[in-house]
Design a protein around this ligand. Structure first.
Ligand code: 5GP
Length: 192
């Protein structure tokens, strides 16, 4: 997605540790016009699928998921992070290691909001090592629902998550894929 690549090139900030900061338009301040274009693009990519629900993870995925959901006319469910939980049978839970905070979270979704009939589109802001997505896929599958596809705004293609998820046979679409980035000179190279 050209518009997104241009925006990342203009406002993205490459940090050490393979972290790209996009606080200016995606992760802190949110550019809703851009989000709208992102939502439209996800609809174009997944229009053949009968999506009944969008699943994301708090916090950064929520804004993108909500704007995208307007194009699919379906509810958004976000997986909640908790430091620790008592598994009381009311929730599906999984563990996710946070790429940016290097912490492991229990992540939960209420059983009320994922059903075996659901056809789920998973949406998230970034894909790095794939831990967040693997956890979200696990939550969906625990409920008996199906993962119809995954939409990612920015995939860091030099990390292992994209290959891992595609090898699971899930349709994964990333709107911008970064092949390399350099914290020293701030350069970012996109995949065509
Ligand atoms: P993964 O689980 O694929 O390793 O990491 C994905 C999650 O970590 C995303 O939900 C995102 O919040 C966060 N993340 C991973 N890499 C980056 C990055 O370079 N920049 C930002 N802002 N978030 C990232």
């Amino acid at each position: 997605m050209k518009l997104l690549q241009e925006r990342i090139a203009k406002d993205g900030n490459v940090k050490s540790g393979n972290v790209l900061k996009v606080d200016n338009f995606l992760n802190h301040q949110m550019d809703i016009e851009l989000f709208n274009e992102i939502g439209k693009e996800f609809k174009r990519l997944f229009h053949d699928y009968k999506i009944t629900k969008i699943l994301t993870i708090e916090a950064s995925g929520i804004g993108i998921a909500c704007i995208t959901a307007q194009y699919f006319n379906v509810p958004v469910v976000f997986a909640k992070k908790a430091q620790s939980i008592n598994i009381d049978g009311e929730v599906y839970s999984t563990k996710i290691e946070s790429f940016t905070h290097k912490k492991t979270y229990d992540v939960i979704v209420s059983k009320k909001f994922l059903n075996p009939e659901d056809k789920v589109l998973i949406i998230d802001d970034f894909l790095a090592n794939g831990c967040a997505l693997a956890g979200l896929i696990d939550l969906v599958r625990s409920s008996g629902a199906s993962v119809e596809g995954i939409g990612i705004v920015i995939e860091k293609g030099f990390q292992s998550g994209g290959e891992m998820i595609r090898n699971m046979g899930v349709k994964l679409e990333s709107l911008a894929i970064i092949d390399s980035m350099n914290a020293e000179d701030g350069s970012i190279v996109f995949r065509d």
